[in-house]
Ligand binder design. Structure first.
Ligand code: AMP
Length: 542
């Protein structure tokens, strides 16, 4: 027997419509590409999103057509998101930090028809445009007075284009399973693969993510997602803020500690989110200037593991509660969140900070388990590591155009490629990417755990661990560090420092110092590149 409830498709356009009707006067504030602060409201955003939809229809964009954006977190990018997905197009957010060949590959693979781009990327795309086979028109996200001289073919000024419309538009009643967005994973091997989000998956995840134990959004919050909209939909945060009518603060192309701090103070930000690298910059700035983070209640850290030292700095030194989250592009991206329980919130600080190093518990809509190489279920004891498998309604069932073949097992589980433990309380901890674990004498050493312990040293800015071939143990860990400016740490000192932090057999066989580490376009350490750099490296006792 079917239930007798209304058919109300979960559409992305419903989110901005809801925000405009119920929270119409709440602000979206942007530190623009040009520099000045821009302010408007959810009602303004809704109107402009409708104008975008009208303009796209007038242009001839059909349902399912891919429309690319190459843009920072700005109000224009937000209205484009809603406008494109709302009219039935697919908002394809391209990560501008990818390499040239990847960007060209992605645009061609997606068969983007139109590209919206910030002025920051015009010269880059001028160089690539001849190899982008399907893009007919480039719309530059600027007003006439800021339009650059450009050789881009069919270049249009966004403001003129959008303001030619009147906004008198009704959102079409799409199927909730229609595609809404496309985001390519910046895989460290092979070509990037497209993850095709549906209206339903985006709305469902945003609804769950607003919960108190997840992002904790509410209408009295001021939320600044520093995570870019081209990185897995800024973890769904712009949707979640609109869903509850929270004020949204966008940092545009400005990621330095000073600008972020200015925005936090001036706009009274209560909650923010980003990858650890961003927070390193902000924490350094605070230390140098003696400034505070008063008013900020929580910071969401994800994308890479949040080191203990960072968690302590936020919580103890600045009174900001850390929420550690894990997910991936293929998961829209939220999978787990390290919110405290009624029991653990009462733990002494040190124990709680240790627990916050774990990536947390699955949110409703995400099923999660760990398994061995043969697919056997492993225990939730907090010690046994295994392949982390997930399934749920906002997790990819396959990549765009079937790239990479079938990605689910017979029971519908997706292998995240991560290795993790799950404890008795359900707190999951990532110990590694499956391909990055150091396999020493048949046992696994977690490169992430070693790296986190190493960055706890006051003279270390960043650290990476790779496995190096060893005649007896098959592989042994090599620790590569970037010291703090003007400092140095040698092998003996580092091994001594790590002695009470990791098992003795985990201690790195050697420690080398470099000026910088290679990173992927989403800020993760590029281990493939490091392995190339250190190919043939001879360990001291090997
Ligand atoms: P991406 O699709 O670029 O967001 O990358 C997803 C991958 O980032 C995951 O599979 C993990 O390997 C890693 N990751 C994301 N969040 C965390 C976290 N909190 N701790 C450790 N690794 C993480």
């Amino acid at each position: 027997m079917l239930g007798l409830m209304q058919d109300w498709p979960l559409l992305v356009s419903k989110i901005i419509e809801h925000a405009a009707v119920n929270h119409g006067d709440v602000e979206i504030v942007t530190k623009t590409v040009e520099g000045p602060i821009h302010r408007y409201t959810y009602a303004d955003c809704h109107l402009r999103a409708k104008k975008v939809a009208q303009a796209l229809e007038r242009y001839g964009i059909q349902p399912g057509d891919r429309v690319a954006t190459l843009a920072w977190n700005t109000y224009r990018h937000v209205e484009l998101w809603y406008g494109i997905s709302g009219m039935g197009g697919v908002a394809h957010t391209i990560n501008p930090r990818l390499f040239k060949d990847q960007i060209i590959y992605i645009a061609n693979h997606a068969e983007d028809r139109v590209m919206f781009l910030d002025t920051s990327f015009v010269s880059m795309i001028e160089e690539y445009q001849d190899q982008m086979k399907t893009i007919e028109t480039f719309v530059i996200l600027a007003a006439e007075e800021h339009m650059p001289e450009t050789s881009l073919k069919n270049a249009i000024c966004y403001e003129t284009w959008v303001e030619a419309e009147d906004g008198d538009y009704d959102w079409p009643k799409l199927d909730e399973n229609d595609a809404a967005g496309l985001c390519y994973t910046s895989g460290t091997t092979g070509n990037p693969k497209g993850v095709l989000y549906s209206n339903r998956s985006n709305v469902l995840m945003s609804m769950v993510a607003t919960g108190r134990d997840v992002l904790g959004n509410s209408s009295w919050e001021v939320i600044m997602p520093v995570v870019p909209m081209f990185h897995a939909n800024a973890w769904g945060i712009p949707y979640g803020t609109a869903a509850v009518g929270a004020k949204l603060v966008l940092n545009g192309p400005h990621f330095d500690g000073e600008t972020l701090h200015d925005l936090i103070e001036q706009e009274e930000v209560t909650s923010t989110a980003g990858v650890p690298t961003i927070w390193l910059g902000l924490l350094n700035y605070l230390e140098e200037t003696g400034k505070r983070l008063d008013g900020v209640k929580s910071v969401l850290i994800g994308g890479s593991a949040a080191p203990l030292s960072m968690i302590i700095a936020f919580e103890r030194d600045y009174g900001v509660s850390v929420r550690h989250a894990w997910g991936m592009t293929e998961m829209s991206p939220l999978g787990t969140i390290g919110a405290m329980t009624r029991e653990t919130v009462k733990w002494p600080d040190e124990a709680r900070w240790e627990l916050k190093c774990k990536q947390g518990r699955a949110i409703l809509g995400v099923e999660m388990k760990i398994a061995d190489d043969d697919g056997n279920l492993l225990p939730r004891d907090g010690k046994t590591f295994g392949h982390l498998l997930v399934r749920g309604p906002w997790i990819a069932s396959e990549y765009f155009r079937g790239e990479g073949g079938s990605i689910l097992d017979a029971d519908g589980w997706f292998d995240s490629g991560d290795v993790a433990t799950i404890d008795e309380r359900g707190f999951m901890q990532i110990t590694d990417r499956a391909k990055d674990v150091v396999k020493s004498g048949g046992e696994w050493i977690s490169s992430i755990e070693l790296e986190n312990a190493a960055v706890g040293h006051p003279d270390v800015a960043e650290a990476a661990v790779i496995g190096v071939p060893h005649p007896k143990w098959s592989e042994r860990p090599l620790l590569i560090i970037v010291p703090q400016e003007g400092k140095s740490v040698d092998r003996a000192e580092m091994r001594e420092f790590l002695t009470d932090k990791v098992a003795k057999w985990w201690l790195p066989d050697d420690v080398v110092t470099v000026d910088e580490l290679p990173h992927t376009a989403t800020g993760k350490i590029l281990k493939t590149e490091l392995r190339k750099q250190f190919e043939g490296y001879k360990l001291p006792d090997a």
